[in-house]
Design a protein around this ligand. Structure first.
Ligand SMILES: Cc1cc2nc3c(=O)[nH]c(=O)nc-3n(C[C@H](O)[C@H](O)[C@H](O)COP(=O)(O)O)c2cc1C
Length: 161
């Protein structure tokens, strides 16, 4: 099944999973890059990132080139911010909602603690679907890397084959 992984990642964890999926199942990958990215360090990271998630803002994205018509399945990846999806992914969804509804949709989230289930519900609601074909949650798979987390990503990829 021709698959596209669309993701936003501030600190590389969500990107780490996207790249594993690309390698393991041969998916195409689209990284969302906001025109104005969030601070990667310190208080500002949580202040601006958390704040913009809570207010559910959209963030203008750098131009990207994708034709969703080419794909049967779309995998949406995001870091959980304040138990929500990240604004760059929200922007993408707003731009492509009508096409996304027609796809086999899978979602994965990276987080440090909890909130992913609430974020998946918000994501589904934002797209206008009841839920996802599959979901997966990874706990800081790059910044707190372990072999067990790699095995979890591997198992997720196997389910996607
Ligand atoms: C602004 C902000 C808010 C966050 N909120 C949550 C949260 O609600 N729950 C959680 O478990 N982790 C939270 N985190 C941690 C990230 O979701 C986690 O570290 C994730 O793996 C980062 O993915 P990334 O490296 O792709 O950016 C937050 C991080 C940031 C920067």
């Amino acid at each position: 099944m021709k698959t596209l992984v669309v993701y936003y990642s501030l600190e590389g964890n969500t990107e780490y999973v996207a790249n594993r999926i690309k390698e393991k199942i041969g998916a195409d990958v689209l990284r969302l890059v906001p025109k104005k990215d969030y601070p990667k360090k310190g208080f500002g990271k949580f202040f601006w990132g958390g704040g913009s998630s809570v207010t559910e803002e959209s963030r203008e994205l750098e131009p990207y080139d994708v034709c969703l018509d080419e794909y049967e399945r779309v995998i949406l990846g995001f870091p959980v911010w304040a138990a929500r999806i990240t604004p760059p992914l929200r922007t993408f969804i707003e731009e492509h909602k009508s096409k996304l509804i027609e796809k086999n949709l899978v979602a994965y989230a990276c987080q440090s603690g909890n909130g992913a289930e609430k974020a998946f519900a918000k994501l589904a609601e934002g797209i206008g679907v009841d839920g996802f074909e599959k979901t997966a949650v990874f706990l800081d798979p790059k910044s707190k890397h372990t072999e067990e987390k790699d095995n979890q990503i591997e198992a997720f990829c196997e389910m996607l084959k």
